[in-house]
Design a protein around this ligand. Structure first.
Ligand code: UT7
Length: 329
């Protein structure tokens, strides 16, 4: 039986730090509010003009080096992002070119905060079926270019950060990716969304839309919070019961880094002790598709995540989309 496993991982964050105190100078907010409501202390932001594909490239190179795989040996690129360089074409093809990869397929996927778990599933399926040998999955975001750093946009501007992380997957006799479980519920598409530009109107964006700030993301924070808590818990129960595993069997949980209050609430609900989850949103905020692999990559760097351990990534985000996985590292 052919399985897939993660051969290597890497990340990249831009060097510029934007602290809660820096935000206080831009909008009516406070370090205390942001810490209490989210757990975030600072986030990284690019210098203006640095695109998502650049962060994706840096992270991909680090992951390839860690996996000891050359770019020319990659068979498929999957990029998860909600902040592509262009409306089209996607970041995947830009990355194919930057890496100097062969003329391989390059996908962009649009599952926001669940993007990495969805990407993992795609890579796993292509490898299991024997279609491809080496798949690069990248989560990359430049959120800062599209946020409203005024009091009007403060609910989202304080949460999101820029960053990227990538994994390289390859075939294995023993299961690495053991199972992946994916869900969506489009009914709530406008609870966390970016309305404009979009093909539901012609032209796709107007001067009036810009005045009204419709080109900035919008979130119904409390509704998303409520659904996130429920779906995170369901996704963990699903992956554990599917595999006949218990919380005690898992070495580390990797939650999508949306809000420390959500992670704490679920951990209490399910009985996950604090030492079994790896969080870094204090330093990076919510980096959407990059958040889970960014945690995993830092956990590897710090020696917290080691070969042979059993880990559970779990995500929820815009769409709504959510999912979980069980991985033997
Ligand atoms: O990544 C995908 C999944 N995302 C999530 O799961 C995020 C889920 N939602 C959340 O994490 C939280 O809803 C937030 C952190 C976004 C907001 O926290 P909250 O405790 O739900 O606050 P709220 O939206 O109920 O707002 C409370 C107050 C409001 O003022 P009033 O109406 O009580 O006077 C807001 O206007 O806080 C105000 N507020 C702020 N104050 C200072 C909103 N944003 C800010 C801010 N600084 N940045």
């Amino acid at each position: 039986m052919r399985h897939s496993r993660i051969l290597g991982i890497g990340h990249y964050v831009p060097p510029r730090v934007l602290t809660n105190h820096d935000l206080e100078a831009l909008m009516d907010t406070s370090d205390e509010w942001i810490r209490q409501r989210t757990g975030i202390e600072e986030r990284r932001v690019v210098e203006p003009g640095v695109p998502t594909s650049e962060l994706a490239f840096q992270a991909a190179q680090n992951a390839l080096a860690h996996a000891q795989v050359e770019a020319k040996d990659v068979d498929l690129i999957v990029v998860a992002t909600l902040s592509p360089d262009y409306y089209f074409p996607g970041v995947g093809v830009l990355l194919q070119d930057r890496l100097g990869a062969r003329e391989i397929p390059a996908l962009d996927i649009r599952q926001q905060c669940s993007g990495f778990v969805y990407g993992l599933s795609i890579a796993d399926q292509y490898i299991r079926t024997g279609t491809y040998e080496r798949v690069l999955v990248v989560g990359a975001e430049v959120q800062s270019a599209g946020l409203d750093y005024t009091t009007r946009g403060r609910d989202l501007a304080v949460i999101f950060g820029d960053g990227a992380a990538a994994v390289v997957l390859g075939p294995s006799e023993e299961p690495g990716v053991i199972s992946v479980h994916l869900h969506s519920q489009g009914k709530y598409f406008d609870m966390l969304w970016l309305e404009k530009p979009g093909s539901q109107s012609a032209p796709t964006i107007t001067a009036h839309d810009l005045e009204e700030g419709r080109h900035f993301p919008h979130m119904e924070g409390q509704t998303v919070f409520k659904h996130a808590t429920r779906r995170f818990a369901e996704a963990i129960h699903e992956v554990l019961s599917h595999n006949g595993t218990k919380v005690e069997d898992i070495d580390l949980f990797f939650f999508h880094q949306a809000n420390l209050r959500i992670i704490d609430a679920i951990s209490k609900m399910i009985g996950i002790p604090p030492e079994k989850s790896f969080n870094n949103l204090q330093r990076y905020g919510n980096t959407t598709a990059a958040s889970i692999p960014l945690c995993m990559s830092e956990a590897v760097e710090q020696g917290r995540l080691q070969r042979g351990q059993l880990v559970c990534p779990v995500a929820f985000g815009s769409g709504f989309t959510w999912g979980s996985a069980l991985i033997r590292w």
